[in-house]
Design a protein around this ligand. Sequence first.
Ligand SMILES: *Cc1c(COP(=O)(O)O)cnc(C)c1O
Length: 227
Amino acid sequence: MGTIAERLKIALKTIEQSACEANRPANSVKLLAVTKTKPVSDIVQAYEAGHRLFGENYVQEGVDKIQQLKALNDIEWHFIGPLQSNKTRPVAENFDWVHSIDRLKIAQRLNDQRSAHKRLNICIQVNIDNEASKAGASLSEVESLAAHISKLPNLTLRGLMTIPKVQEDLNLQRQSLLAMSKCFAQLQTKYPQIDTLSMGMSSDMPLAIECGSTMVRVGSAIFGARQ
Ligand SMILES: *Cc1c(COP(=O)(O)O)cnc(C)c1O
């Protein structure tokens, strides 16, 4: 399957090609390398290949890795997993971004626990296909959540995140992704700082980019299958 550096290069090439096919600038889509369950040495390999954006799903695992890699101080750390209210403090103190905000209470706690020196970047997670097994606000809740979050002084609302239902019928999946894109465009008219639509993973990157994603979160395509 090649080295991490080689697979990273392939992922970046796929992003560039997908953007090009969608008539979008190649640099309009960022790659978040998702390293959950993978060792710190994998992160170092990607870092040495030039990568700087990393995503983690579990609080303790993520914070441990951030502490171990403190010397690599230009890494941008994104928390993308479910977040319970009793675990917000280490996230507020260690991460740069949180993609998985689906209720105000969690945003409020992160705001209270974040140092005022550097704002925490926030995406609202949307459960676009209303799946019982997935976290996320419903589309109808986004406007009110955004209004409240954008008033919190230690947070910056940057956009939306989703994990769509994997559908055999690509057109059905496309409909969900396009509904996200529409909601994102509406939010942007209200909040000028909003620039991030976090959508697309190893299996659906090109489709997500076709539908307007600005950040794809890719794990297994770069680091291999997880246990
Ligand atoms: C694990 C994970 C990813 C990466 O998934 P792959 O299929 O390995 O690319 C992306 N987003 C979230 C929220 C994840 O939990």
